[in-house]
Design a binder for this molecule. Structure first.
Ligand code: G6P
Length: 618
């Protein structure tokens, strides 16, 4: 979703802002812009619809000023266009602003500000909600406020969640940042005589690893020497930067053609890192050291609810399955965006587990608030981002250790979430006594083999490529699975939609006869997930029924399964795994199939159209 960058210091701001925006491209955007202020007060604002290369091409001479802000926009209010791209200026041209989030009450604010604009013979310059912000700030400044006070007053008038960067044309030595609610992160980076700002760490890493994460309700006044934090309820302070141990190389693409492919291949390492030190065998224990939720709480809950969105929802579905199987406690899953607007009856004895790779998804955060406000139930978050908003809302966090994920379509964080949920299921089972030491040891020993299962799955990339090429022209796919393979069928279909733009549906195979079968013919390929689990025979019947309608079948089953191979058009054999570990065996293949279909169709795999990595707006 939208990205923000900022700079103030001794270097030329333009190239630094552009490079920062390039590093945020993965978040998804449809237009971009920068505003740079020279020490002599001259201002350059450049905005373009389309990719950053369009913005770069539009720059005749790179503005050299020592302060500036930049933005990649993902349209919400107003179509993607040059005029709607950020930065936006006040009608006086003095106050320059970029924003992530939504000004929910922008209509009434526009109506309120319009009279003043009309009196000055001016009108709005864009169709965006953001444009009210510089105008509100300018109005406060005209009343004699300092910039930070004017910003604070303007923010107090906004409804919704907003992350803002701004500056005033008359002051080339300062930029300002503010955060209200959950509109994605805002990180300040400390350099030597220069300061950086970005909505996400990857944009800062080439410059510094000393950072401060702006908190909800804070405003930062940033000059080349540091940052001063203001908030309504506390004295001003200069925060201590924290050092992040992220390797800048981890966010480079290396020899891979796409970040998505790189991240698919990083999965064995992401898994071992996530499991490391958390699955002990002698004596058996899971997540023993890091938990802020006590065994007594885990014993007292009567039910577990796992929530998430997108790929994280599919991880939640598998997590639910493991929690039931391993910990033997009632468990359910829910879509966070539906859950938060229902009146779900969960009770305080439900443990709520939110899965969110970014820790910033607005619906998941909304669901967490709902749980806290309505039920006060204990909450755990599974996330890849330390310090994210979700970690602040939860009672305990289980951090995946996947490293930054740049591809918009989640891959390694899917398996990272799964490892964390599996460990949690083990921990709950042990705390409740439903899982004896021997069974716990056995379950953990299995989990420890997951990186090598995934490694073997990755070796099937060429075969996936070959099969994908036979289906480049297909515009529909049905993906079938049963039991723990059903959420994987849904994840496979989601990956196809996200990056290949083909219509794909993931279905529980038992449902096929209740509708989808009517679609099937020779042009409608079916991907069947059919490892030799307890429901294998039922999957075989479903495949027979598909073949009888002449629909081509691509089956993913156990290595060496000749019976299955003989029945279908294409067969991919994955390493045999226990019922519990099936997701680790199947995931690389479903990801690689979608990747190679998209590749054969020549699509923009890392930045699929209309999608965003972190969805911070409703
Ligand atoms: C977006 C991303 C998906 C992700 C989903 C949920 O749609 O493109 O890859 O699965 O958001 O994000 P979260 O950060 O909550 O896991």
């Amino acid at each position: 979703m939208c990205g923000i960058v900022g700079y103030v210091g001794h270097q030329s701001a333009g190239p630094i802002l552009l490079e920062g925006l390039q590093r945020l491209e993965y978040r998804g955007y449809d237009s971009s812009g920068i505003a740079v202020l020279d020490r002599d007060g001259s201002l350059a604002v450049l905005k373009r619809q389309g990719k950053l290369r369009d913005l770069e091409a539009a720059i005749v001479a790179m503005p050299s000023g020592g302060a500036g802000i930049g933005h990649t926009r993902w349209a919400t209010h107003g179509v993607p266009s040059d005029r709607n791209a950020h930065p936006h200026a006040s009608s006086s041209g003095d106050v320059i602003v970029v924003q992530n989030g939504i000004v929910e009450n922008y209509r009434s604010l526009k109506a309120e500000l319009e009279q003043t604009l009309a009196a000055q013979g001016r009108s709005w310059l864009s169709d965006t909600d953001t444009e009210v912000i510089p105008e509100l700030i300018a109005r406060e400044l005209a009343r004699g406020q300092m910039f930070e006070e004017a910003l604070q007053a303007a923010i107090a008038r906004l409804r919704g969640a907003n992350a803002i960067a701004a500056f005033h044309r008359a002051d080339p030595t300062r930029i300002y940042a503010a955060r209200k609610g959950s509109a994605g992160g805002m990180v300040i980076g400390y350099g030597d005589g220069e300061m950086f700002l970005a909505s996400d760490l990857p944009a800062l890493l080439p410059h510094t690893t000393d950072v401060y994460h702006l908190e909800d309700g804070e405003i930062a006044v940033i000059d080349s020497q540091g940052a001063l934090i203001h908030r309504a309820d506390r004295p001003r302070h200069r925060p201590e930067p924290r050092q992040v141990d992220l390797d800048p190389v981890a966010v480079a693409r290396g020899p891979y053609r796409h970040f998505m492919l790189k991240e698919i291949f990083e999965q064995p390492r992401a898994l071992s890192d996530t499991i490391r030190g958390r699955a002990r065998l002698d004596p058996p224990s899971a997540l023993a050291d890091e938990f802020e939720i006590s065994d007594a709480t885990l014993r007292s809950v009567e039910r577990v609810l796992v929530i998430g969105m997108g790929t994280s929802l599919h991880a939640a579905m598998i997590g639910r399955w493991w929690i039931e199987q391993i910990a033997g406690i009632p468990a359910d899953f829910d879509n966070a965006s539906e859950f938060r607007f229902r009146a779900p009856v969960i009770g305080p004895a439900t443990l709520v587990v939110s899965v969110t790779q970014s820790g910033e998804t607005i619906d998941t955060l909304g669901a967490m608030d709902h749980v806290r406000d309505r039920w006060g139930a204990p909450q755990i978050v599974v996330t890849n981002v330390e310090g994210s908003e979700a970690t602040r809302k939860a009672d305990a966090s289980i951090l995946m250790r996947c490293g930054p994920e740049v591809g918009v379509a989640s891959t390694k964080t899917f398996l990272g979430s799964l490892a964390a949920l599996y460990l949690l299921a083990c921990r709950i089972g042990k705390a409740r006594g439903s899982l004896g030491d021997a069974d716990l040891g056995e379950a953990l020993e299995q989990l420890l083999t997951s990186p090598s299962l995934v490694e073997r799955g990755l070796a099937l990339s060429d075969q996936c490529n070959e099969i994908a090429r036979s289906y480049t022209g297909s515009t529909n796919f049905l993906v079938l699975g049963r039991g723990i393979e059903h959420p994987l069928a849904m994840e496979a279909a989601l990956k196809c939609k996200e990056i290949s733009y083909v219509h794909a549906e993931g279905y529980a195979a038992g449902e096929m006869k209740h509708g989808p079968i009517a679609l099937l013919d020779q042009q409608f390929p079916v991907i069947a997930l059919a490892t030799r689990g307890p429901l294998f025979d039922k999957m075989m019947s479903a495949i027979q029924q598909v073949s009888a309608r002449r629909a081509p079948v691509i089956a993913v089953g156990d290595e060496g399964d000749d019976e299955l191979a003989g029945l279908v058009d294409h067969y991919i054999g994955v390493p045999p795994a226990s019922d519990l570990l099936t997701p680790f065996a199947l995931t690389p293949v479903i990801q690689l199939l979608a990747y190679h279909i998209a590749l054969a169709r020549g699509l923009d795999i890392d930045q699929p159209r209309n999608l965003a990595k972190t969805v911070t707006v409703e």
